[in-house]
Design a protein around this ligand. Structure first.
Ligand SMILES: Nc1ncnc2c1ncn2[C@@H]1O[C@H](COP(=O)(O)OP(=O)(O)OP(=O)(O)O)[C@@H](O)[C@H]1O
Ligand SMILES: [Mg+2]
Length: 137
């Protein structure tokens, strides 16, 4: 998926699921997009693709949630995190040792070794998902 337009939450989830199926331990996926763009919806699919049956909700009041599965997926939301401070406490390296990590508002994280995916509101239920930067393997 380089660039795709979805027309429903289910379609966005399906794209997430496809990507989730490709993830491996150590992969870092950063999600960028405005409030309500569909980041959490996408993560719901990613978790399923990673083999988790966990309930995926917005972790806004919880910095990190961990979903066990074929591959452990850590779900991070940086919406309320100020640059610097809590970021250091995130334990990102350890989470990447244990599995893959997906980060909402991930553009706030300066990480070189990451895939960056943007979700753009196109009006109504249309969203554009675009891979802005791909982690080279
Ligand atoms: N094509 C679509 N893809 C994803 N979500 C869609 C789509 N069409 C409509 N929606 C709706 O948009 C909303 C997306 O909410 P979601 O919580 O996933 O966004 P978010 O980017 O995580 O928001 P936040 O910035 O608050 O974390 C949901 O209510 C969902 O039903
Ligand atoms: Mg969200």
């Amino acid at each position: 998926m380089r660039d795709v337009v979805t027309n429903s939450p289910a379609e966005t989830e399906a794209e997430g699921e496809r990507l989730g199926g490709l993830l491996r331990q150590g992969d870092l996926l950063l999600l960028k997009g405005d409030l309500g763009a569909g980041k959490t919806t996408f993560v719901r699919g990613v978790a399923r693709g990673a083999g988790s049956s966990a309930h995926v909700a917005s972790p806004t009041f919880q910095l990190v949630r961990v979903y066990p599965g074929r591959l452990q997926l850590a779900h991070v939301d940086l919406y309320r995190v100020e640059a610097g401070g809590q970021l250091a406490d995130l334990g990102l390296d350890e989470l990447l040792d244990q599995g893959a990590v997906v980060v909402e508002w991930g553009d706030r994280l300066e990480a070189a070794e990451a895939t960056l995916l943007s979700i753009e509101h196109l009006g109504g239920d249309r969203r554009r998902l675009r891979v802005e930067r791909e982690l080279g393997r």
